[in-house]
Design a protein around this ligand. Structure first.
Ligand code: GLC
Length: 400
């Protein structure tokens, strides 16, 4: 891709539109957008939420269709009824790994209500259709993923965080300085174990397998519960809104007091062993409004400190950390999805200048280097797949 002229907003909009439309497919009467045709041909949960958020600017109908297809393979019966899968295999292909041909048996960060609300606000009446499926997903999270009842849900696989290979997960994966291949094999083995124990969290935890109360996943969940409360009104069920508002408040308190308070961290396993690997995930707490004013001040101070304020921020692992590896997948790169969540969080807390600066650097990165899946934070070099659909989030950042 050629570098896009920094003053030409129209050209940037056109480029973003071309990426999304080029990656879009139609199958079985549904439409969705592949994250990147070369590498990711199936449908992924949080990617589709991000796609819908961008589509709403220039193709609201497609934004709605993206979310409709996302919930089409929601689990309808059995202990996991309500779960929205992290992957939908529209043309099949999931059976070998998951035992289900058209979907995975795990989830990803819950962002569907946030996306649906934005699409509804762009003029498509979607709340009536999506409200119940999203409720069912949150009920599933509460029922199946919070065995200790502390209002924090656990992820049972790194894939559920979206941060597949982050050093955050090394210890919980029983890995130490893994090669990319070792880590990948461990993730596949873990998927097989989940299938064998049918994702029963108690069994999974007793076996000492990966289980983490992740700060970003829970903060995203707070924002989604808030959006769900708004969707209740829009879906004509105002009497249900207080229930979701109360859930959002409870989870927010849990994130604040258990994950932010003693110094930001994730908690591993039933014994809640703190994971103190430094990284950008705590900044996502701002997205869910989980931080107190003082905690927010500390988080933003850290975000603007040299180890995170790279030429192209925000590296998911800070430059000073021993695990920082700017070219390795999820081990210190810039990810458009993470930048967008942090940017929204900064705006939520009124850090307008920091938000604007982050948006500007993200847009510059994409203009100069193209719509890559992720980037080197020091050089801006594009990494992974391209053209990657979620990198059009830079256009959303430019819009606001
Ligand atoms: C990779 C990323 C994950 C994303 C998927 C599709 O697996 O780690 O977060 O959802 O690709 O883009």
């Amino acid at each position: 891709m050629h570098m896009i002229d920094p003053d030409d907003h129209q050209a940037f909009a056109e480029a973003a539109r071309a990426v999304l439309h080029g990656n879009r497919v139609q199958v079985d009467g549904y439409r969705y957008t592949r994250p990147a045709p070369s590498t990711y041909e199936h449908q992924w949960l949080w990617d589709s939420c991000f796609h819908a958020i961008v589509y709403r600017h220039f193709d609201p109908d497609m934004a709605a269709d993206e979310l409709r297809s996302l919930v089409a393979h929601q689990v309808t019966n059995g202990p996991d009824a309500g779960m929205i899968p992290h992957m939908t295999y529209w043309r099949g292909g999931g059976a070998d790994l998951w035992g289900a041909d058209h979907r995975s048996i795990i989830t990803q960060p819950p962002l569907v209500a946030v996306a649906a609300l934005q699409v509804q606000q762009a003029g498509i009446a979607l709340a009536g259709e999506l409200y119940e499926p999203i409720c069912a997903h949150h009920e599933w999270l509460d029922r199946r993923r919070d065995p200790d009842g502390d209002d924090l849900v656990s992820i049972l696989h790194p894939w559920e965080s979206g941060w597949d290979a982050s050093p955050r997960w090394d210890r919980a994966m029983r890995l130490s300085n893994p090669t990319d291949d070792d880590a990948r094999n461990a993730r596949i083995a873990l998927a097989q174990q989940l299938r064998a124990n049918q994702c029963a969290i108690e069994q999974h935890q007793q076996a000492g397998l990966f289980s983490v109360e992740a700060i970003d996943v829970n903060a995203i969940r707070v924002a989604d519960l808030e959006a769900l409360a708004e969707l209740a009104y829009l879906a004509g069920k105002p009497e249900e809104a207080p229930r979701w508002e109360a859930r959002a408040a409870a989870v927010r308190t849990a994130v604040r007091t258990k994950l932010l308070e003693p110094g930001p961290r994730d908690l591993e396993g039933p014994d809640e062993l703190p994971i103190e690997e430094p990284g950008a995930a705590p900044f996502v707490a701002l997205f869910g409004g989980c931080a107190s004013a003082e905690q927010a001040e500390q988080l933003v101070g850290r975000l603007l400190s040299p180890s995170f304020a790279t030429p192209f921020p925000v590296p998911t692992t800070p430059t000073g950390a021993p695990s920082f590896s700017p070219g390795r997948y999820w081990r210190g790169n810039v990810w458009p999805s993470v930048n967008w969540l942090i940017w929204q969080g900064l705006r939520r807390y009124g850090y307008t200048d920091a938000a604007r600066a982050l948006a500007q650097r993200t847009v510059d990165l994409v203009r100069q280097h193209g719509f890559w899946e992720y980037f080197n934070p020091l050089t801006g070099q594009g990494l992974g797949a391209q053209p990657q659909s979620w990198t059009t989030l830079a256009f959303d950042m430019l819009q606001e």
